[in-house]
Design a protein around this ligand. Structure first.
Ligand code: URA
Length: 263
């Protein structure tokens, strides 16, 4: 698991995150000798700072990450609830993310306890609300190990919009994945068992047990479910139970997505 106490970051990244300038612009400030760390001028671009400990200043003015929102992705393991606490004391994702570094961190939406994969966290309540709003149509990609092999006709039912319970699921993208495909690994690490198959499904709805219900509606029980994309964000190389911060590019993508919803 990632140790939240030891997360130094590059100084130019810190400055960009604090909103001082772009990363390139921040490098310019550093090489111009305008940035100090604990009172010492730092011009070396590889220098790192610990945002919890080091005092960073530009032209003598202290800067901090206090007013910037945190965004990170967790590779949720099986057996963890997507909540920050549980009255029954069951394992929660709270213990897997750096809440003391980022107070107010919470998950954007939920995954079932037995679902693994990408769970986005943020301290930005406004962005979270917008990303979850049905009108935003944020696409999510799931990989599922299912019993049986869906026929062409069954896949078409999902593509056209399959009735589930008292409503109809929106049309979704679905394909059968090759068991050797990298994407299939999280749900079939030892290969696809006989009489099963792996499907990739892209949906933009987020109702309770949405994927399991859609696949059940075409006659295929979900055995394992993993999410590997949420809107513009992919899980990347994050091991189960570990987290990573979004890159500057991903933050910008999320902010652009959220801004779109404001129109
Ligand atoms: N759909 C499900 O059925 N479960 C999840 O955890 C996410 C989507």
């Amino acid at each position: 698991m990632t140790d939240e106490r030891i997360v130094p970051m590059r100084l130019q990244r810190f400055l960009a995150r604090a909103g001082v300038a772009s990363r390139r612009g921040s490098e310019g400030l550093m090489t111009a000798g305008r940035v100090t760390v604990n009172g010492q001028v730092v011009t070396e671009l590889g220098s790192k700072v610990d945002p919890l400990v080091d005092v960073v200043a530009v032209d003598g003015r202290e800067v901090s990450l206090a007013n910037t929102h945190a965004y990170l992705v967790l590779n949720k393991p099986r057996g963890f609830l997507s909540t920050m606490s549980d009255p029954h004391g069951r394992p929660c994702v709270r213990t897997l993310v750096p809440t003391s570094r980022y107070p107010g961190l919470f998950p954007v939406g939920r995954l079932d306890a037995d679902t693994t994969g990408l769970l986005l966290f943020t301290t930005n309540g406004d962005a979270s609300q917008r990303m979850l709003h049905p009108s935003m149509h944020v696409w999510k990609h799931y990989v599922a190990l299912v019993r049986g092999v869906p026929t062409h006709g069954e896949l078409e039912r999902i593509r056209k919009g399959v009735p589930i319970d008292d409503s109809v699921a929106q049309p979704a993208h679905i394909e059968i994945l090759d068991g050797h495909d990298q994407q299939a690994l999280p749900v079939a690490p030892e290969g696809v068992p006989y009489g099963h198959s792996v499907v990739g499904l892209r949906i933009h709805e987020g109702k309770k047990h949405q994927v399991k219900r859609m696949l059940k509606a075409i006659g295929h029980e979900v055995i394992r479910l993993h999410r590997d994309e949420f809107g513009p964000i992919g899980l990347g190389e994050v091991s189960s139970g570990c987290w990573r911060e979004l890159t500057e590019r991903e933050r910008a993508d999320i902010e652009a997505l959220v801004a779109q919803g404001r129109h």
